[in-house]
Design a binder for this molecule. Structure first.
Ligand SMILES: [Zn+2]
Length: 84
């Protein structure tokens, strides 16, 4: 079964805590890994937060986008791409 990456894109409106707690709640990432991933997203401008079959990647990307809302009300940038 082909696998897809769920990608989170960096921005200036979401905090580290927004991303960390969102990854823990929606993807089930552990605290230490979520903290490491948030730093990676900040440093590289984007980060792979999950690698799964397409349906799950789409679900994660949609939920991370719609449910991680910043204090100013903006949605989180996400995308999916094939894992090659
Ligand atoms: Zn943002």
């Amino acid at each position: 079964m082909p696998l897809y990456h769920t990608i989170v894109h960096n921005c200036e409106c979401h905090t580290f805590e927004d991303v960390i707690f969102g990854l823990m709640r929606i993807v089930g990432t552990g605290l230490r890994d979520a903290e490491r991933k948030a730093r990676e997203i900040d440093f590289f401008g984007r980060g792979i937060v999950a690698t799964t079959p397409l349906e799950i990647a789409e679900l994660y990307a949609e939920r991370l986008h719609n449910e991680i809302v910043s204090a100013s009300g903006t949605l989180l940038g996400t995308s999916i791409e094939p894992a090659t």
